[in-house]
Ligand binder design. Structure first.
Ligand SMILES: [Zn+2]
Length: 72
């Protein structure tokens, strides 16, 4: 029996679902330009950062997940 993969946590022990954890999108240069003028564009990468301890404990750069995080 394989154990469930452990959820990633920041240094103070919060998972992605916690309100202190803020996804910080990263865009390519043109991505920033498009978002800056109000056109939604999927980020190239998202970093999950804890507002409390400042730990970036997870980075996502997988296309499907990024699309779900497209800001409008
Ligand atoms: Zn933390």
């Amino acid at each position: 029996m394989a154990d469930k993969p452990e959820e990633k946590k920041c240094r103070c022990g919060h998972t992605r679902e916690h309100p202190w954890i803020v996804p910080k999108p990263d865009y390519s240069f043109w991505g920033w330009v498009l978002v800056g003028i109000g056109i939604s564009h999927p980020p190239t990468e998202i970093r999950f950062e804890c507002d409390r301890c400042g730990d970036v404990f997870e980075t996502i750069s997988d296309g499907d997940t990024l699309k779900q995080h497209t800001y409008h």
